[in-house]
Design a protein around this ligand. Structure first.
Ligand SMILES: C[S@@+](CC[C@H](N)C(=O)[O-])C[C@H]1O[C@@H](n2cnc3c(N)ncnc32)[C@H](O)[C@@H]1O
Length: 238
């Protein structure tokens, strides 16, 4: 696969566990690939500014946070949901880093840690935080976000708030990193997210080759592989 939109550059300031919070048991998505997938989706989307994006398996929100930081000029609203409440709590803090208040709070924490433990990793994280501040210094609109608990395989037990997203990007359970909680997998997810999309919405699903997508409501626009990951991009069938 050839990268079209993402440069081969260092994304070290956005590494998980540095400024962006990590959590053991939650896999971290490659940043360059996240940037590429978002921009490929955007290239198929009519709406180029004020975009709303949703991840129904958002985990700690690492994927959404890195996409938000790198693409803040086009994004106005981020929605994230997951079945695991421990993950959504972290996602809430991570998406807060897309604004001054969240960054100020994270800076206070890192200064305290640096003072207490005198570790280089905390000093380097503070440098990364300055870099992130610069990245979003030109943000003329705060990126609004909402994180909520939702079992995406069960629309009845956790329907979630009502909204329509321009772009959905989701990195479903795969590669034995984390398991699906519930039955039906990607095809059920695609059925259940139909309440959150319209005919213009673009949907990217990242999975492994063992999971096959066959959903009558969607037409595939792109499919590519990066290592063991398969990325498929869809829109609703007209
Ligand atoms: C590969 S991880 C996603 C990691 C995420 N992209 C991030 O940046 O942290 C897959 C996620 O799917 C979630 N998941 C599993 N079953 C689910 C379900 N039925 N409904 C919603 N989320 C589910 C897991 O809790 C896990 O966070």
């Amino acid at each position: 696969m050839q990268y079209i939109f993402s440069k081969n550059q260092s994304y070290e300031h956005l590494a998980a566990g540095h400024v962006i919070y990590g959590l053991s048991g939650s896999p971290n998505f490659p940043i360059r690939l996240a940037h590429e997938v978002y921009n490929r989706c955007l290239s198929h989307q009519k709406q180029q500014h004020g975009v709303s994006i949703y991840d129904p398996c958002c985990g700690t929100g690492y994927l959404l946070t890195t996409i938000g930081l790198l693409n803040h000029k086009s994004i106005a609203k981020i929605w994230g949901s997951d079945i695991n409440v421990k993950f959504t709590e972290v996602a809430q803090k991570n998406l807060g880093l897309l604004g001054t208040q969240g960054l100020d709070k994270r800076e206070e924490e890192l200064v305290l840690l640096a003072t207490q433990y005198q570790k280089n990793s905390h000093i380097r994280a503070l440098e990364s935080l300055d870099h992130i501040r610069e990245m979003i210094a030109d943000l003329d609109h705060p990126i609004d976000f909402q994180v909520f608990h939702r079992d995406i395989l069960s629309p009845i037990t956790s329907p979630g708030p009502s909204f329509t997203a321009n772009i959905i990007i989701t990195d479903v359970p795969y590669l034995q990193l984390v398991d699906w909680n519930g039955a039906g997998g990607i095809n059920t997810l695609l059925n259940n997210i139909r309440v959150n999309i319209d005919t213009e919405s673009i949907i990217a699903v990242v999975h492994d080759k063992r999971q096959k997508i066959a959903n009558e409501f969607y037409e595939r626009i792109e499919r590519f592989k990066v290592g063991k990951r398969v990325i498929e991009i869809f829109r609703l069938r007209s």
